[in-house]
Design a protein around this ligand. Structure first.
Ligand code: AMP
Length: 385
């Protein structure tokens, strides 16, 4: 880093993750420069925006000259673009780590090599391959695209072998382009994620395990530290560290896990800051966004400890009335500056408290005032054990 001027962090993708990264970078004395093809990318409200496609190499060349380091808000940046940039400027996480995390087959294969069990899986390349995979993996199962799937998109659930034709009709066309994977359906009891950060010097830290609830494949709420996880935390941390070291990873990542009969199973890895870590902005001594910026700039990492318990509520489609959150005790509002659209993540709120009883009380009140009782109900149940 050049000490005579402010460092510039280049961010590929201009959504809410880039926006929160840019906000976290400012107090560290770092500026951000964001690339996105959309003129209204919401990070553009807080940082300068370069409008370019991922194959616009003239624009990317100019971008690379203006930044000290490049990182990602979006993991589906083409591997060739990441590699091309890495030949010109430091890119973290490195393009190999990005490529593994972009492909569900490579990712699950790596999980197993690192000692993390996964649901049974098999690659599917054609219709006959789906029958072979069903015979091996069994049903119920989920057929997923290997690449470019997110938030439950590009997935088809099969209750039995009879659903094979319908699954192929839904996703078969993707087989040639993105590849497919069939996974056994796991009747898990809980979904957890471990947020981890690794510095350029190899320093490694995790935040406490987070419990997550999804609705229609999209994160609805997170609770951290997840209750009753003391026995699982050391194993989750050790697995995340092994993965990070195998990939020579630099920055924050999230490892999404299922808990099935007390066993941790790996679902997927997000090679970036993650929605299930948004609570760290107010709920941890150092947020995922700040530690990611510190990591990619080669600065010392901050403390990932917490002072109490936090719950995060996602706002999908449109924002509710902010007043009940703004009036709440230790409650925090985040509006991403995006227009309302069905299924779109437009903001979140985080509620913090010194202990579970007080968090339950605060969350219940906010849920009631917002008319969001159904959204908070599973988290309240977990808090009240
Ligand atoms: P993904 O895009 O793989 O994270 O999947 C979205 C959501 O679908 C997950 O958060 C789970 O709730 C569910 N899901 C994905 N894979 C499985 C599986 N193998 N068994 C059961 N549920 C799954």
């Amino acid at each position: 880093m050049n000490d005579s001027r402010q460092a510039v962090v280049g961010i590929l993708g201009g959504g809410q993750l880039a926006r929160m990264l840019a906000i976290a970078a400012a107090p560290l004395g770092a500026n951000s420069l964001v690339v996105d093809s959309a003129a209204d990318a919401c990070a553009g409200q807080v940082a300068p925006l370069v409008r370019a496609d991922w194959n616009d190499y003239a624009a990317l060349d100019d971008f690379a000259r203006r930044v000290d380091v490049v990182t990602f808000d979006f993991e589906n940046v083409p591997a060739e673009t990441a590699q091309w940039l890495a030949e010109r400027v430091a890119v973290f996480p490195n393009p190999r780590a990005l490529a593994v995390a972009q492909d569900r087959l490579a990712e699950k294969t790596l999980f197993r090599e690192c000692g993390l069990h996964t649901p049974e899986f098999m690659a599917v390349d054609d219709r006959a391959g789906l029958d072979r995979a069903l015979a091996t993996v069994g049903a119920p199962a989920i057929l997923k695209t290997r690449r470019l799937g997110y938030d439950g998109k590009g997935q088809f659930r099969l209750k039995s072998m009879v659903d094979a034709d319908a699954a192929w009709a839904a996703l078969g066309a993707q087989a040639a382009k993105h590849g497919l994977i069939l996974e056994a359906f796991v009747p898990f009891q809980r979904e957890l994620s471990v947020l981890a950060v690794r510095g350029r010097d190899g320093d490694f830290r995790t935040w406490p395990l987070t419990r997550n609830w999804h609705v229609d494949g999209v994160l609805s709420m997170s609770l951290a530290p997840a209750p009753d996880i003391i026995a699982l935390q050391p194993r989750a941390t050790a697995l995340a560290r092994t993965l990070a070291e195998r990939l020579d990873y630099v920055g924050v990542f999230a490892l999404e896990l299922f808990v099935n009969d007390g066993e941790l199973l790996g679902n997927e890895m997000a090679p970036r800051v993650h929605n299930s870590g948004h609570w760290t902005i107010e709920g941890a001594h150092t947020s995922q966004f700040e530690n990611h910026v510190r990591a990619v700039l080669g600065l010392p990492l901050g403390d990932t400890g917490v002072g109490g318990q936090s719950a995060m509520l996602n706002w999908i489609g449109e924002l509710p009335d902010p007043a009940p959150v703004l009036r709440g005790v230790d409650a925090h509002w985040h509006d991403y500056g995006k227009s309302a659209r069905a299924g779109r993540k437009v903001g979140h709120a985080t509620v913090c408290a010194p202990d579970s009883a007080q968090l339950a009380q605060r969350l219940e009140m906010i849920g009631r005032e917002l008319g969001r009782e159904a959204q908070v109900a599973p988290t309240l149940e977990a808090l009240r054990g």
